[in-house]
Design a protein around this ligand. Structure first.
Ligand code: PA5
Length: 440
């Protein structure tokens, strides 16, 4: 089971403050589990560890793995980050995946898109286009390009085999396109929002295509869900404790949470976490800003600010107890680099002491910090972590008094972009924005 260690919070949060918040947590947990909280039409994620389906997904993934040299996953936000986080966290660093996994539709970069299109071979390619709304511009444009490229080289039967759409049950342009062209389809259930959808076909199909064990991932989430449901106290429930700590630190003026890890593979899990917490809590003028750091790399860039800059930060470390490999640091007779004091030590020990030294230094510099430790880097513990964070953000958002399951703010940029690109439904806004640009 993942562990939460609060040792470096002692001088920032008292046990009295934690006890004071426990009744509030009890209340929001009841609202969540009785499904009476704000946003209660988006609570399907609570059940996913128990209801996730594998049949169909595993067969299609196996077909893709045996026929494709390349696999492009098209999606953005919640229709992208969970799968990428899992694949990048769990795949070996330097072994090439077969199929090669490529990502498109998560931005509008012409250079990236051009280079990807020239990198792929439509004859060896499968595509999974993922969009719940079916109307998101970035993946829509990406799919239009890729579909045209494939259609220029493959007949419609072959195209129907190579394109798989993950969509809403019945609405949105992608559903209609898929139905009309006979693409195979997986459905995202109505009551699961994008950022909570990693355990639906949105995440599970690409993860299975990468050769990872989706049953283990879900099993980790299930054990975590069961544990959190059965242990309803701050002392025993790490999600309650994490939510409480975040809320108290926010009340004390902290505005930024930095999620820091000492394992580079964690990078995209932090990206997933940033979306989960940023979109769930950042509304109504409230919320902690979620940011992340990759250590030791960022200790030599952001480290200065964290140690010594404006004191509005707290930090959550993620550590992995057991690395997959052991690397002994060699001795050297000449010792010209003066590193013989490390001879025969394992790199994991050096990495762990780098973490301890950092946690202590940041604490002493006025940055409260806590540590989440995963016993290992595998599907099962990542599943636990996903569910732990989902439960934590739900509780934390409800404590903050926001609806953690909507994202109204994401619409603003979209409407401006539609207007500026000349979308026919936005003519008035187009005129209004053009005037404003002239005055700036
Ligand atoms: O969490 C969310 O709901 C968003 O991040 C969406 O997942 C993202 O905007 C993509 O939306 P869609 O799947 O409709 O294309």
């Amino acid at each position: 089971m993942l562990k939460l260690d609060t040792g470096f919070l002692d001088s920032f949060i008292s046990s009295h403050e934690l006890n004071h918040i426990e009744p509030g947590l009890n209340e929001v947990f009841s609202q969540l589990t009785n499904r009476t909280c704000p946003g209660n039409d988006f609570l399907g994620w609570l059940d996913l560890p128990f209801t996730a389906e594998f049949d169909g997904i595993e067969e299609v993934a196996e077909e893709i793995r045996s026929h494709a040299e390349q696999f492009v996953m098209i999606g953005i936000g919640g229709s992208y980050l969970g799968a990428r986080a899992t694949i990048e966290f769990l795949s070996p660093y330097f072994k090439k995946n077969k199929p090669e996994i490529l990502y498109l539709g998560h931005h509008l970069s012409p250079d990236y898109t051009h280079e990807l299109i020239h990198h792929i071979d439509p004859a060896k390619l499968y595509v999974n286009v993922i969009s719940k709304s079916g109307t998101t511009t970035e993946p829509g444009v990406a799919f239009r390009l890729l579909e045209a490229q494939m259609a220029s080289q493959l007949d419609s039967k072959e195209l129907g085999k190579r394109i798989i759409a993950t969509t809403d049950k019945s609405s949105g342009a992608l559903v209609h396109n898929a139905k009309q062209k006979g693409y195979r389809r997986f459905v995202i259930q109505d009551d699961v929002g994008g950022r909570f959808s990693v355990l639906t076909p949105v995440g599970l199909l690409p993860i299975a295509v990468a050769g990872l064990d989706i049953r283990e991932l879900v099993s980790g989430a299930r054990d975590m869900a069961q544990y959190l449901n059965e242990h309803t106290s701050l002392e025993k429930n790490p999600a309650w404790l994490y939510a409480a700590i975040r809320f108290i630190l926010y009340q004390k003026g902290k505005r930024v949470e930095v999620l820091s890890s000492f394992e580079p593979a964690f990078h995209y899990v932090a990206e997933w976490w940033k979306q989960l917490f940023g979109e769930s809590e950042g509304k109504d003028g409230k919320g902690l800003f979620p940011s992340s750091a990759d250590f030791s790399t960022d200790l030599h860039s952001l480290g200065q600010y964290i140690q010594d800059g404006y004191r509005h930060l707290f930090e959550t470390f993620i550590m992995i107890d057991e690395p997959r490999h052991r690397v002994a640091i060699p001795g050297n007779e000449e010792n010209l680099d003066n590193l013989n004091y490390l001879a025969d030590k394992d790199m994991a020990e050096a990495n762990y002491q780098a973490f301890r030294g950092t946690a202590l230094a940041h604490h002493d510099g006025g940055v409260p910090n806590l540590t989440i430790t995963l016993p290992g880097r595998n599907e099962y513990y990542l599943g636990q972590l996903f569910y732990f964070f989902e439960m934590s953000v739900a509780l934390s958002g409800l404590l903050l008094g926001v609806n953690p399951f909507d994202q109204p703010g994401v619409e603003s940029y979209k409407q401006n972009m539609f207007a500026l690109l000349g979308h026919p439904d936005y003519a008035d806004r187009t005129r209004e924005l053009q005037k404003r640009f002239k005055t700036i």
